[in-house]
Write a protein that binds this ligand. Structure first.
Ligand SMILES: *Cc1c(COP(=O)(O)O)cnc(C)c1O
Ligand code: SF4
Length: 337
């Protein structure tokens, strides 16, 4: 086919982009003109947490750069196989303990996480969810009823947070129905969505999605997840602008990752870039100490130093809160400056 007669991708082709995501290092490295040994790739590290990168995200990587900050987040490397003391498979103690009913995590006052799916559009190597015992199945109707019943019975819950995996992997119709049910619970005022999809596959942000999450009488907050300014491009800007115009409050959370964003320039650029897309920096997380991710760890002293440096140069509203999650704590714990 000549380029002129290539069919235009429809705006809502996010599902095919998901199906066609890169799933082998060979494919990813060939696209970037890199050799496996340039980047420390390990096939064994993929065995229980596969490689998965949608093309829309991979295209923002710099060809020929083994240190590309996007590549480092998704490439399985030999270091993942090193067992490190102090790193566990359930660092947050989420397996079992905080699940009052299936699909709900209720750790903090007034807000609950509703877990929609185990899958993500991208597999981030540092993620604590790499060991979480999810199934890829959406909650069944019966589980919905139980989860919604739990929320209904606790009048203190004013915010429902859709989480996962990535909740925006659910279809527009599924989300529409779920959000309608949530909105029907009188004491719930806010809907929050934690998702990496607007960054990873911006085409996920369809008008159908916006409709589904905003048409109820709930204030809607979306927390995106971007770790580096290079993850943002004009297609991400367009998706976020659509959300912004629809009255959705946009926040970002990042993870401080060695080799990816553990320097002043990267952190300041990220905050500036987010704001230019209408997003306020919310949290900068210290790494969850999950087995297989120790090579991303930034020592706390260094994290505080970096945070102090960005506080000294950026306006206050561009400085994310430096936090860590502590199993059993009442909220995310602020790391003192
Ligand atoms: C992070 C998190 C929340 C939300 O916390 P905020 O500080 O309100 O952003 C809620 N529940 C769980 C289990 C969480 O991990
Ligand atoms: S939960 Fe977020 S950080 Fe973890 S793999 Fe999914 S998209 Fe990546």
């Amino acid at each position: 086919m000549t380029p002129e007669i290539l069919p235009l991708l429809p705006r809502d082709d996010w599902q095919s982009q998901l199906r066609d995501a890169i799933s082998t290092a060979e494919q990813l490295l060939a696209m970037l003109g890199l050799q496996p040994e340039d980047v420390g790739y390990s096939a064994a590290a993929c065995a229980d947490f596969g490689l998965k990168v949608p093309l829309a995200f991979a295209r923002r990587m710099r060809a020929g750069d083994p240190h590309d900050p996007l590549l480092l987040q998704v490439l399985a490397r030999g270091e993942e196989l090193t067992e490190t003391a102090g790193f566990s498979s359930d660092p947050l103690g989420e397996i079992g303990t905080a699940n009052p009913v299936r699909g709900i995590i209720h750790k903090y006052h007034g807000r609950v996480l509703l877990i929609l799916s185990g899958g993500c559009a991208v597999n981030c190597r540092y993620c604590f969810r790499r060991h979480f015992p999810y199934t890829d199945n959406r909650n069944s109707r019966r589980e919905w009823r139980e989860a919604l019943g739990y929320i209904r019975r606790d009048a203190q819950i004013s915010e429902v947070i859709l989480s996962g995996g990535d909740p925006l992997l659910a279809s527009d119709d599924y989300l529409d129905e779920l959000v309608t049910q949530i909105a029907g619970i009188g004491h719930v005022r806010r809907l929050r969505i934690h998702t990496r999809l607007p960054v990873v596959i911006p085409d996920r942000v369809t008008t159908g999605l916006i409709e589904a999450i905003t048409r109820q009488n709930l204030q809607t907050v979306t927390v995106i997840h971007s770790n580096h300014a290079s993850e943002m491009d004009t297609s991400v800007d367009a998706a976020l602008a659509l959300m912004n115009r629809s009255g959705i409050t946009l926040l970002n959370q990042s993870v401080l990752l060695a080799g990816v964003n553990d320097n002043i320039q990267a952190l300041s650029n990220l905050s500036e870039r987010l704001f230019s897309a209408g997003v306020l920096p919310y949290y900068l997380h210290l790494l969850d100490r999950v087995q297989g991710a120790a090579h991303f760890d930034v020592p706390e002293a260094r994290a505080r130093e970096l945070h102090a440096a960005i506080r000294a140069t950026l306006p206050g509203y561009l400085v994310p809160r430096l936090v860590r999650e502590v199993a059993g704590a009442q909220s995310k714990v602020t790391v003192p400056g």
